[in-house]
Design a protein around this ligand. Structure first.
Ligand SMILES: [Zn+2]
Length: 508
């Protein structure tokens, strides 16, 4: 596979029309403001591609996305957005604002990489750029490019036509450990937002409404005991590792009596240093998951009771550190319908033979059906709730929200595997990103141009929640883990710098 030409294919030979040919007839009917936004995305195709590629090579882990955040906020600032960095106490987080008054349209997305997934783009075998380093094996680099591309285009249309309203753009660190957005929600950043969009990479171009994912509470249980010589005076010790083991066993007994919707998993992150020293400290880190926020809260409360039992049996004490706590994600029907109409307007990118060949080669290598790239947009559908979670869940209960799935990856390839990092810096990702940014910008324009559509979305959102009262699951006063992934990132960053791109995007 010719990597160089695939990479250049996206950057230098982009499609020249705004829409797929079959949708050309609809163009005449569009408002001029929306046409301009679409044109601005199109003329910035190369910059969108370059932004995604720059971030691909930064490949920064959650909470360490400093280069990524800097590049994104510099672009927004240069475009005239007012940027607030470090929101909710997280250095790579940001909120960029443009305009004034209502409606308030929000975009938010993540941009973190995954550990150990470094990969050379467009190569159909595991070939790390930097051995052992993180890589973009979920393609969150492209999410960032889509969000910035769309935000820039909407801002241009607001300027050109003197539109009333506010655009807020949020950078959300550390999605892979589900950190930032419940903190943003708790701190009130979405209280005045009317409509919200979340671009996320996919192999499909589509969206869904209804409850999409699970609630989750991520919490460490730290047990403290007393160390002693394991051979000479073990009776003087109180074993924190015993408490961790007993909590684990206790929770396993409890599993039998849980509803089938439940999902929980844990790792022991600290369990002593050497066998002849009774461990005075031990930690077990849990992800508790359930289908609703109420159910996950009950699960967490019972886990604390089990921990108390384990502490009682071992004469130890414990403390709980909630790292994150998220509601299930959901999609709001009215916003989803508006987005779907724009996805259909924009249409699937036209893939060339080389792109299809890369997709089939990778699918063959991975032993999945060699179906190539998707050629049709997905019809709007009611979501099937997945047992996965995303830290944007809380926002979807506060504001009518949808996820914009855009086609920048290869079907059948699971994320967090090197293979999922093969496409996100190729012309496949570039074309999918331009399509995604167009659908996102066009949908934001629809709401900016119609107060009644905003009201309708808010009304259906209220109906969809059917009286569920949103309260943050995150404890009051909880601080975000800002040192997350710090050591791991510092171990590789110098070597990774060698691959950074020199060319930076220039939006115009
Ligand atoms: Zn993701």
């Amino acid at each position: 596979m010719n990597r160089k030409s695939l990479k250049q294919g996206g950057v230098f030979f982009l499609s020249v029309c705004l829409f797929s040919a079959s949708n050309f007839g609809q163009v005449q009917k569009l408002p001029k403001e929306k046409i301009l936004a679409l044109e601005v995305v199109e003329r910035n195709s190369k910059s969108i591609a370059l932004l995604g590629d720059n971030i691909f090579y930064f490949a920064e882990l959650g909470m360490q996305e400093f280069e990524t955040s800097r590049l994104m906020t510099e672009i927004l600032e240069a475009a005239g957005f007012k940027v607030e960095r470090g929101i909710s106490g997280m250095p790579p987080a940001f909120m960029a604002t443009y305009g004034s008054g209502t409606p308030v349209i929000g975009f938010h997305t993540e941009f973190d990489s995954t550990p150990g997934n470094s990969q050379v783009p467009a190569v159909v075998e595991h070939q790390p750029l930097t051995e052992g380093a993180p890589g973009h094996a979920e393609g969150h680099n492209v999410n960032a490019a889509v969000m910035i591309g769309a935000a820039f285009a909407v801002k241009k249309a607001m300027d050109e036509f003197d539109l009333k309203g506010t655009l807020k753009v949020f950078g959300a660190p550390a999605e892979e450990q589900l950190i930032s957005r419940p903190y943003f929600a708790r701190d009130g950043y979405f209280d005045d937002v009317d409509i919200l969009f979340h671009p996320h990479i996919d192999s499909d171009f589509g969206t869904a409404y209804g409850v999409r994912q699970y609630a989750l509470i991520s919490a460490e249980f730290d047990f403290k005991g007393e160390s002693a010589h394991g051979a000479v005076a073990p009776w003087k010790g109180r074993d924190a590792l015993d408490a961790v083991e007993l909590m684990d066993i206790g929770f396993d007994k409890y599993r039998e009596h849980l509803e089938p919707t439940h999902r929980s998993h844990r790792v022991i992150t600290s369990g002593g240093v050497q066998p002849n020293v009774i461990p005075n400290e031990a930690t077990i880190w849990w992800f508790f998951r359930e289908s609703t926020a109420q159910k996950v809260s009950r699960l967490f409360e019972q886990a604390k009771v089990i921990a108390e039992g384990a502490a009682l049996m071992t004469g130890t004490s414990f403390s709980v550190n909630v790292i994150s706590a998220v509601w299930p994600t959901r999609g709001s029907r009215t916003v989803a319908e508006v987005l779907q109409s724009n996805i259909e307007l924009v249409g699937m990118p036209e893939w060339n033979d080389e792109e299809q060949q890369l997709a089939r080669a990778l699918q063959t290598e991975l032993g999945v059906e060699a179906q190539g790239l998707n050629q049709q947009v997905k019809p709007l559908k009611l979501a099937v709730q997945s047992t996965s979670s995303n830290d944007s869940g809380d926002l979807t209960w506060i504001v009518p929200t949808v996820k914009v799935g855009f086609p920048s990856n290869i079907p059948g390839i699971a994320a967090h595997h090197w293979a999922a990092a093969v496409a996100p810096a190729t012309s496949i990702a570039h074309k999918g990103a331009v399509a995604g940014a167009k659908a996102l910008a066009a949908s934001a324009m629809d709401f900016l141009l119609s107060a009644s559509l905003v009201e309708q979305a808010k009304k259906t959102h209220r109906e969809e929640l059917s009286g569920v009262d949103y309260r943050p699951l995150l404890p009051v006063g909880q601080k975000p883990p800002v040192d997350l992934n710090k050591e791991l990132m510092e171990r590789y960053r110098m070597q990774m710098r060698e691959h950074y791109l020199e060319e930076k995007p220039e939006f115009r």
